[in-house]
Design a protein around this ligand. Sequence first.
Ligand code: AMP
Length: 505
Amino acid sequence: MKMKITILDYLEDIEKKYPQKVAYSELKNEYTFKQITYLSKVVGSNIIKMGKEKTPIMIYMRKSIKCIAAFFGTLYAGGVYCPIDVEMPIERVSHIYNVLNPQVIICDDDLVEQAKRKWGDTCICITIDELLCGFLDIDSIEKVKKEICSLDLMYVLFTSGSTGMPKGVAISHKAAVDFAEWISEKYGFVYSDSLCNQAPLYFDASIPDVLIPAVSGATAYFPPKMYYSFPKKVLAYVEEKKITTLIWVPSALRTVIDCHAFETCVPNSVKRIIFCGEVFPSKYLKEWKKFIPDALYVNMYGPTETTYACTYYDIHEDFDVNENIPLGKACENCKIILLDEKDEETKPNVVGEICVVGDCLSSGYYNDDEKTNNSFGRNPLNKNWYERMYRTGDLAYRDENNILHFVGRKDFQIKKMGYRIELGEIETIINAHEKISTACCLYDPENQKIILLYKGEIGETELKSYIDNSLLQYMRPDKLIKLDQIPLNPNGKIDRVYLKKEYMR
Ligand code: AMP
């Protein structure tokens, strides 16, 4: 049996099995497994021909299935790809450029001139179409591919982090393949399955949509981004394509309910709904279950540093609106340890920091040893040998049944007048109110005030009386601010960095 080292090994196997099956599809274009494999090899051949094999490559493209050819093409050239949000301010892209030091930038046609002006002196800026038009050089592809080891890097994703300064999370082939195999097997993905991509390709929530087709033969559909602003359109698309699986961030699932999208269409092909990235209030889960009761709902948890997810919880019961959905247990081949402030393991029902050990771990922050050493280090519980561990900065506890429950970010835990308070706990209670669509709490330490920002069809007096009845006095927000929209960051999560800047002056 041939050892599988990279996702390309899976892709080539699937291509042999289902050459004519559609692998990636968008409104005006689609690639079968045969086409995506061929095109990726062509892209790889041309990168090698430019003498840029085994280098970091920036993908400066809007979301399209051509990005997948750019990703896999980079891998065929033994390189590491880094997708960029082309809408982010150019200074931020420059920061990423300086950290990544790419040798090639693969661009959309209309972005290549801009890239050349900015970086053309130090790096090759080329369009994806130019790369796709070149020739296939199978010998050089095979030679480079043979030299790839599983610990070589596959991709780098820059995440904003709480400070707002992007850090490049580097993921190895091993970590990605480990995750892709686990999720495909655990949830029984096969060639007749289909996914509907929601997350941007520069965000790790899109990793399953990119990898699962290569492992299982499933098709990943990429509807236009604007469909997600009109959830009725997305649902109609899901129905039309008979999509079986949604792997979305909670805010996308919430919008479907807030916009009453199920009133016009209930896609009954959907049988798995997986969400990850932030808390999904149980109130919204209840609503989804009303319309799609027979699907399997799964709460996954994990920072980008653990390759999409390191825990999962298959939901088989109903939750009360003010209960959080559990994080569940560790994914296969991964260990979750909860550590207290003294680096000792916590007892059941006691909160500790979620620390992760396993192949899912990132190799560290690209070109940043200092930040890497701050978050990745030795597991203090293993006295026998050096075991690498990542400290997530998230808090959780284990119940008597060994099930993990999310408590909040370490930096959401505040001290107010001596009381230790979880802002996440306040949010959960407020989110439980039927007239609240989103609640977000901030803490202003200088003035010792909790600020609640919320969106919902509720008057302030009604909300205040609900808060008085449901929250302990020291947990009650000091200031209530109603917003028409809660701003989301490019990853689709509540943009707390922006809200802090705007509302805590
Ligand atoms: P990112 O690296 O952008 O994917 O963000 C990771 C962070 O999102 C984690 O450290 C958690 O704080 C949060 N997160 C991810 N999944 C969940 C979840 N299922 N429930 C609550 N928070 C989550």
